[in-house]
Design a protein around this ligand. Sequence first.
Ligand SMILES: [Zn+2]
Length: 1035
Amino acid sequence: MGTENPGRPSFPATPFAAAPPTMTPFSNSGSVVGSEASNLRPMRPTVPPNTSPPMTAGPAGSGESPAFRPAPPTRFNDPSLPTPPSSYGPPAAGTFNRFPTPPFGSMPPGPPARAPVVGQPPFQPPPSQVSPPLSFRPQGQIPGVPMGSPPPGVNTPQIDSSFPASRPNFQPSFPPTVSGYPAAGASSQLPLPGYVKQSNAPFQAPQGPPVQSPFQSPPVGYAPSAPTPSPHFLSQQGGLAQAPPVASPYGLHSSTMPPMGAMQGLIEDFSSLSIGSVPGSIDPGVDSKSLPRPLEGDVEPNSLPEGYSLNCNPRYLRLTTNAIPNSQSLVSRWHLPLGAVVCPLAQAPEGEEVSVLNFVSSGIIRCRRCRTYVNPFVTFTDSGRKWRCNICALLNDVPGDYFAHLDATGRRVDLDQRPELTKGSVEFVAPTEYMVRPPMPPLYFFLIDVSISSVRSGMIEVVAKTIKSCLDDLPGFPRTQIGFITYDSTVHFYNMKSSLTQPQMMVVSDLDDIFIPLPDDLLVNLSESRTVVEAFLDSLPTMFQDNLNMESAFGPALKAAFMVMSQLGGKLLIFQNTMPSLGVGRLKLRGDDPRAYGTDKEYSLRVPEDPFYKQMAADFTKFQIGVNVYAFSDKYSDLASIGTLAKYTGGQLYYYPSFQAANHSEKLSHELTRDLTRETAWEAVMRIRCGKGIRFTSYHGNFMLRSTDLVALPAVDCDKAYAMQLSLEETLLTNQTVYFQVALLYTASCGERRIRVHTAAAPVVSDLGEMYRQADTGAIVSMLSRLAIEKTMSSKLEDVRSNVHLRIVKALREYRNLYAVQHRLGGRLIYPESLKFLPLYGLALCKSTPLRGGYSDVPLDERCAAGFTMMALPVKNLLKLLYPSLVQLDDYLLKPSASADEFRKVMKRLPLTADSLDSRGLYVYDDGLQIVLWFGRMLSPDIAMNLLGPDAAAELSRVTLVERETEMSRRLMGLLKKLRESDPSYHQLCNLVRQGEQPREGFMVLTKLVEDQTGGTNGYVDWLIQLHRQVQQNA
Ligand SMILES: [Zn+2]
């Protein structure tokens, strides 16, 4: 909480006003709770149904009820208002009412939002054990929504071709189909090299029908283990001062290139690909070996030399192009998203840790007009007494404490002691004017479903054990706060007061009017109540082991958690196994309706029906609560609705469909541990400023906007990225350079309020070619993915995919128009070197879980969960998810002395196509979320025995990979460990698949091979041909 602009009017919290209408602060439950507590039996309290709040007669509530109301949110200043104070004086009054409801009064700044605990605890704990709830009435089971196989043929549209060419998918645009994009053609099914085709295999291998090529191109497909990336694919991104490389057209058809003489004047670094589509021929004329593939993973743009070397590292801020267009007309010809992807807390590159600076004596130096933080791009004049803001050009006074003389070149003499003037990323300790209340302690609150399905899945035990194992590592010791609520058809609270030896459970069954049965001690200081917390976690799995309750009062439990947390804010972790069935927020089994696909109503499956969850998310954000949802159900549970809790609070949705502890506990345990122990920035807000004439106009990711440009992030960490799009405000930019500055104001777990600032500059250009040359495919794909996923909330999947396709077509067409005629490249697909992977990533995006196919291709919950995940992923993780790594392992494992480090050197990523899989090999597939080991049918039995022991002959779906007493097994396990460590944001479970094991092989591996035609989707070659035709046709 706080203000990122303390010089502006601030908005102190008002803890005593405007409790949300749903609150029932401490109603007269005292006696009820007391009686329950005395025998510690969780029974339904006999609360009179019409109790009106607030009561003051409860034994514990006397005189304290105001303190139990949630503090209203702090509001944040509107940065767009130019109210430049000449000094950092006390805030003036303001009227920034950015939240629609409720209006808040003002109060003196800075009181602790939480009232001190007064008096004795009302409920003396009898030293008995917490016993399981007594009377659970079994209730009718909620029927699941069938997620099974679709009606046959739903996703295999037949498309008429109006082209003379016999490949039916040479359509210039997507024809309307039932779902999915056009089938990749009724090509014959040929056996693949190295892959024996299954008669019932659900996929279709990529293949060009055998054809004559005017260029005598080698056959499509190539030897399995020979992924030789063309040397021309080396990254050419960035590098403003580098001489643009001379054209390096690749493809094997250099004979179709203009003679070298014609190349003399060709200094643009574009590339081209020969696509010989001769009328009447069905030969794609494409050598699939030579196609560009991102086998090196994400390549961050090189930091720009000369003048831009002071930019922050690209892992914090990436622009979709590092050349900003100077005019509207240029923007409109760019066709790709224009904007930035920001990951403010990305892990610092080694040796480049962000310096923390304390400016308490002089105050943090900021422009008094636009509030930009001092940075390496400001200039000092007037003998060091003034500094010019690089963003708005205002001349500011240098405060006396910050003054330094300038040397002969105009540089401050103290420059080398000033990280804020030499580094693109710094962190300032924020003085008190950046706070409107004391910095909050790290707070973790757990809301755990204990209904029968949770019990049976084993989830509760894994969660309890993991939380317990993390208690020493939760950030913020000794201030860390913790609390728990469990729920089934009732809501269970736990008194964790430090003087207790066992927690006391209190049950509230009045779901229509949920209240907190205890004024305090539901949220406790972890170090003080450690014993009680541990006792609770130890007993939690057994407490509910006989629970037969099938209901879920999730909504009321959520409101209860909100009431408990709202005074402080913090992180709410929800463990949800059953579709909410009781009280507010109960969800209908609207299900995944196959008939809705392909109609105008399709999108509604993917958006929440009940506004309750979005409203709750808004309330949570307002009160500095970030929500992470862990969902486990084996049935449809409407994650479209529940996921909004994470989406709008800057949180994360973890999905473990059909969770069973025996299979998934390792993944859950690792991911929960990371969630609990990673460094977290609390009560944060983020703003990105940019130079005059341009403006960020839309924001994309998991968060809520607090004003037009202030991103509210109750809890943020290194695994979250945000994207924003830019517009030009003026028709013509006159400056040479524009600057961007990301400021994240947050509370560190240590209790310090800080501002992390990343600054970067980019040149303004008038040349479209330069924009393309400086394009950053990673940032573009990240932005396109977010836009596409957002569009699935209002459009058919098919339309969303067409849109991705069309955008790429338009960009390539525009680019082609720049060069094609001039360089006589008529028959070739031309693209900038910087965008060489864009078509493939575009294809992969269309085949990603949120966008893929139709009803039958992805269960709805899985689709929604993947969408929430992809909206938050940093660029590097997203690209890995879109184009995962596939590596052959058997050679490495057979080497007698190979080490995991050595593997890294020889590790060669293969194209994602079935052609890469040799049935004599062993392969590892890794997309950052899961790992699959693929055992070729002809793999040496020796390797299989070494790795799997007696399980080698079993069906691999039943086999769990464990380390065995063989060198080969140790080497493999070491390797998997390295893979996981290189990408720790999720824990990749390792699945084993044997070639031909259907349908397992199909959904685990074959549908993930994005270059292949599968289930009516395009293969890479077809996709390129389609792009090329469209680029040409409408040129
Ligand atoms: Zn300024």
